[in-house]
Ligand binder design. Sequence first.
Ligand SMILES: Nc1ncnc2c1ncn2[C@@H]1O[C@H](COP(=O)(O)OP(=O)(O)OP(=O)(O)O)[C@@H](O)[C@H]1O
Length: 290
Amino acid sequence: MLEIRNLRKRFGDKVALDDVSLTVEPGRMFGFVGANGAGKTTTMRIAMGVLTSDAGEVLWQGTPLAFESRASFGYMPEERGLYPKMRIADQIAYFGELHGMTSAAAKTATGEWLERLGLADRGRDFVQDLSLGNQQRVQLAVSLVFDPKVLILDEPFSGLDPLAVDTMASVLSERSAAGVPVIFSSHQLDLVERLCDTVGIISAGHMVAVGTVDELRRRGNRRLRVTIEGANPNWADSLPCQVSSDVEGEWVVDSDDDQTVLAAAMAAGRVTRFGFDEPSLVDIFREASS
Ligand SMILES: Nc1ncnc2c1ncn2[C@@H]1O[C@H](COP(=O)(O)OP(=O)(O)OP(=O)(O)O)[C@@H](O)[C@H]1O
């Protein structure tokens, strides 16, 4: 289990992280979301040891992270980190060896990952000659070639075409299913909602919400959507909550007291549709970040 506890970080007067904690369990995929500048990259850099925190700690399997443990973590940094003038296969194998693989094992694993990521015929090309999306696939191979115990990926989906997104998503899901804790940041909330077991929302250096998407849904303000035929537009005036109507005959009621609202709606006319609105992760994100 990877535990990030009570991280604090300042850059001069700027408080980048203020008591940030999160936990990623084996076999779980953690989606880290937040507006630009919220603190995702800073948190992940500290977790990887490329930046020191002012306070707080990072634990792996219950003990503070040592250099050797970090060497078994796969990392895709935001600024990426490939050598443009090195051949792709050589580069992936080189990173494998840096992480302790023998040359033969690194070569074999490189071949497997090139195949898996659709780059089998590009192994002798230079990184600088690849499209950005393909460079990202190489970056993924670099972070995976040594079979990491943890994966920390900073915006792995940005700039990928839909097919590359699918490849990236299936590789991450597969690693997670194999028991690897995976944490990635993304602004693509639909993907986070689809892939992640747990989501953390960070806003201006504070973790404002952590939980499964269902838990976050339940924590947010619940809203009922009601469709009534033949109702007076003022039928909901006596309800002690916010009521709005953008479509004729349909109302949105900010309440979780469904029985009271239903009784009022039935008294007003013929109720043809009634139920709670399921907020999307975008709705939850907006509410948590406001
Ligand atoms: N090396 C640095 N020096 C000064 N300020 C920094 C440095 N790194 C980050 N910051 C500031 O810390 C805050 C958090 O930045 P961070 O890069 O962690 O955000 P982020 O959530 O990853 O944003 P984005 O989604 O835009 O990548 C921002 O205000 C940023 O400007």
